[in-house]
Design a protein around this ligand. Structure first.
Ligand code: GDD
Ligand code: MN
Length: 401
């Protein structure tokens, strides 16, 4: 199945590997590649940084024995960037400059770089040293070891952002939160520091716009596995950020486009994750029905004290939810051995109890201490407990192997 391109999508030239009709990768002959790794540096007015970053990347290649090329994708800079790179390219065979005259944009530049690259592994890095070039070999090895995408993360343990004003932190956290709704597994889906196997983007109907090219690759690229590599983002010391307000609007449009794409194709990472989330939610609703029904029947019909009925009802609704989640929501986890099922059940049980405590805690906090109407407070509790239950079970109870 090849993805149908739409008017706005930007496809890569046909010389690179595409997908066979079965959706599997065509075999390519890696030996014909000129380089092992292509480092793509998008630039716009980077005269203060560009010579230094090229030097630093080449030094990383040398120290690690990587046959690498550097591709500077410049959007017709108005400063001396072009001159500087031309001079360096004259001295180094592995450095190339592509000056773009139209369709100005960071994402577009990166995608054009994907198409021009002469190796099977593509690395993207900013010119302003916000992304430490010393980490490039880690990305390269991660892809060689089998990951389709390697993502530099500011938000996982070990990652961080230095010297960012509060305003930028808040905007970035908001953007990241949005991105994480689409890709709940990825801590930094808007990172500009990443590497991909070329097959991921070759032939993918990317619709690059704005700043968040990685979101586009994640949303429309062919990938299954990823790794995240923590890094400390250092704000630029030279020059200034080109981030503008309309990039936020662009970003929201981009998110919407990715969702529409996932729904239209009914497959891919966004679709896969969200079917699970929706199913988990439906199972949760069924659990509420079981819970209420049993509470009523055990109290009114069987004549039990209502707290005893409630305890039984809660436990049986947990069993109900487990069975449906095991058979339906997470049916891709196919370890059917009885012992494993019991293990999953116990894990689910513990997580559910945690969820219950979270639900009650938030209810108490909001209703009793903040003074919010208790039904509204309970709704908030349910939502947070749901997020907890889903996330923790997704990671620990139903582990894909
Ligand atoms: N070709 C091209 N065209 N390059 C551009 C453009 C453009 O329109 N705008 C910026 N760049 C280049 C810059 O020269 C730099 O190398 C890199 O893209 C990042 O630009 P900055 O202006 O330094 O971005 P930032 O520091 O605000 O944003 C960073 O964080 C974002 C996540 O919060 C970048 O790493 C982004 O890639 C990242 O998405
Ligand atoms: Mn920057």
């Amino acid at each position: 199945m090849r993805w149908a391109g739409s008017k706005r999508t930007q496809s890569l030239p046909g010389s690179i590997r595409g997908y066979s009709s079965s959706g599997r990768l065509k075999e390519g002959s890696a030996t014909t590649e000129t380089y092992d790794l292509s480092v793509i540096i998008p630039t716009f007015n980077e005269e203060e940084n560009i010579a230094a970053i090229i030097g630093a990347v080449n030094e990383v290649f040398r120290q690690n024995g990587i046959r690498g090329e550097i591709l500077v994708m410049d959007d017709d800079s108005k400063d001396r960037t072009i001159e500087i790179v031309q001079e360096i390219a004259g001295q180094h065979d592995n450095v190339r400059l592509i000056v773009r005259k139209d369709d100005h944009g960071l994402s577009q530049s990166v995608v054009e770089g994907f198409g021009a690259a002469r190796s099977a592994i593509l690395q993207v890095i900013d010119a302003d040293f916000s992304h430490p070039p010393e980490l490039i070999p880690r990305f390269y090895e991660a892809i060689q070891d089998g990951a389709d995408i390697a993502i530099g993360s500011r938000y996982m343990r070990g990652g961080n952002i230095e010297d960012w004003p509060l305003k930028r932190r808040v905007i970035s956290l908001g953007a990241t939160a949005f991105g994480r709704m689409l890709f709940p597994e990825i801590t930094d889906p808007v990172s500009g520091f990443f590497a991909v196997r070329r097959e991921v983007v070759a032939g993918a109907p990317l619709a690059p716009r704005g700043y968040k090219i990685l979101m586009e690759v994640l949303g429309r690229g062919w990938w299954e596995t990823f790794v995240e590599i923590p890094f400390i983002f250092k704000d630029r010391e030279e020059g200034e950020s080109k981030l503008r307000a309309d990039t936020m609007v662009d970003y929201l449009k981009q998110c919407a486009g990715i969702v529409r794409f996932a729904v239209a194709r009914r497959s891919g990472p966004v679709w896969t994750e969200w079917t699970k989330i929706v199913r988990f939610g439906l199972v949760g609703l069924s659990g509420i029905l079981v819970n209420m029904g049993l509470l009523y029947a055990l109290t009114e019909v069987a004549g039990l004290y209502y707290l005893v009925s409630a305890a039984i009802a809660i436990e049986l609704s947990i069993v109900n939810n487990f069975v449906w989640n095991d058979l339906w929501t997470f049916k891709s986890v196919r370890d059917l051995r009885f012992g494993r099922r019991i293990q999953r059940f116990l894990s689910f049980q513990v997580v559910s109890m945690g969820g219950l405590i979270i639900n009650m805690g938030i209810l108490y906090l909001l209703a009793d201490i903040v003074g919010i109407y208790y039904l509204v407070a309970n709704l908030a509790g349910i939502l947070v407990a749901f997020a907890w239950n889903y996330a923790v079970n997704r990671h620990f109870t139903w582990v894909e192997t």
